[in-house]
Design a protein around this ligand. Structure first.
Ligand SMILES: [Fe+2]
Length: 346
């Protein structure tokens, strides 16, 4: 198991790099834009392939590294379904799993610091974002924060994990790196309250100044989406309506790039072939599944995913692999559904 805790001293942010083995897939939690070079250097040094970059919530104190990591590694960007970020490739909700080779994060919706705050449980440890900090809790006075829902998230969810569960927060300003659920129950001063009302009163009287970076970071973090217009200009993009109209055309091969969990939860398109995005390069190589099917049938490959990010990157990968006319459905199955397109469930 590879587990690295990285620190950005400017914002006091902890970033976590996870992988099950050298040479395997990696996932990063809460990357900071200014540190992207450092993360990528470490990824190379440990011989890893970064496949997912995840934020616990929309940050107000630093600019996220999600967009830059996506642009440089073509990884999948992940946030909770409530996020106001314009596009992330995958949105998760309570009960979902975020998986890479040999690593599984169970997704816990823990709102309160913001309404898009999530914690991620990985076996004996939990990444608590800004919901639960070491001897503290994330402030609840902006970005749709709510002390009562934070009380529920902490007392109703996180503190119910086994006492020995390790707590890895998104921030620390005092130099602590890790705690446990049991330790926080006993010694976190914010948690020594008798009721939700007491907690609400405590949080509403903190009178904190706004974070220095807030006016810059919040708007920047809402715009992390991949620009998909270039593909449209090249004629490699189908609008949702156009895609719906071509659903049964025999010259088109629809390719679903999402994971099995997304397909079963959100449905898929009739006749679509399944080729998960993380192994797209292998499928596009000579002898690869997609390459062979496209050659054997003579059909035009049309990729789709959840919001159009993975599919836009797949079009570029296809071009690089010599499949010049592959296209994608702009806005993904989300846009397709909004335009009234039919979806197969189960
Ligand atoms: Fe935060």
């Amino acid at each position: 198991m590879i587990f690295r805790q990285l620190f950005d001293s400017t914002s006091g942010t902890y970033t976590y790099l996870l992988a099950s083995r050298h040479g395997g897939e990696a996932l990063i939690i809460d990357p900071v834009l200014e540190k992207v070079d450092r993360y990528l250097q470490l990824v190379r040094e440990l011989d890893l392939k970064l496949v997912k970059a995840v934020d616990t919530h929309l940050h107000a104190d630093h600019i996220t590294g999600l967009g830059a990591l996506r642009d440089r590694t073509h990884c999948i960007t992940v946030m909770g379904e409530q996020t106001k970020a314009d596009i992330v490739s995958m949105r998760v909700a309570e009960g979902d799993r975020i998986e890479i080779e040999g690593v599984r994060l169970d997704v816990l919706y823990t709102p309160g610091h913001t309404d898009d705050s999530y914690s991620y449980l990985m076996g004996d440890r939990v990444f608590t974002g800004d919901t639960l900090l070491i001897r503290g809790t994330g402030r609840t006075d902006f970005q749709n924060g709510d002390p009562r829902s934070q009380y529920e998230s902490i007392f109703g969810r996180l503190l119910r994990l086994p006492d020995e569960t390790l707590v890895f927060p998104a921030h620390d300003y005092k130099g602590d790196t890790v705690s446990t659920i049991g330790e926080e129950k006993r010694y976190n001063p914010r948690l020594q309250v008798r009721s939700a009302d007491d907690y609400v009163a405590l949080m509403n009287n903190l009178k904190l100044p706004n974070p220095k970076m807030m006016d810059v970071a919040v708007p920047a973090n809402m715009h992390v989406g991949l620009h998909q217009d270039a593909l449209e200009k090249q004629g490699l993009s189908l609008g949702a309506r156009e895609a719906i109209a071509s659903l049964h055309r025999p010259d088109i091969l629809l390719v679903d790039l999402r994971e099995a969990g997304e397909r079963s939860k959100h449905g898929t398109l009739e006749g679509a072939l399944h080729a998960p995005y993380p192994s797209i390069e292998d499928s596009l190589k000579p002898g690869g599944m997609l390459r062979e099917v496209a050659a054997a049938t003579g059909r035009r490959v049309v990729f789709f995913c959840a919001y159009g990010e993975r599919s836009a990157m797949a079009v570029t990968a296809a071009k690089d692999a010599g499949l010049a006319n592959a296209a994608h459905i702009a806005g993904g199955i989300d846009a397709w559904k909004k335009a009234g397109g039919p979806v197969l469930l189960g």
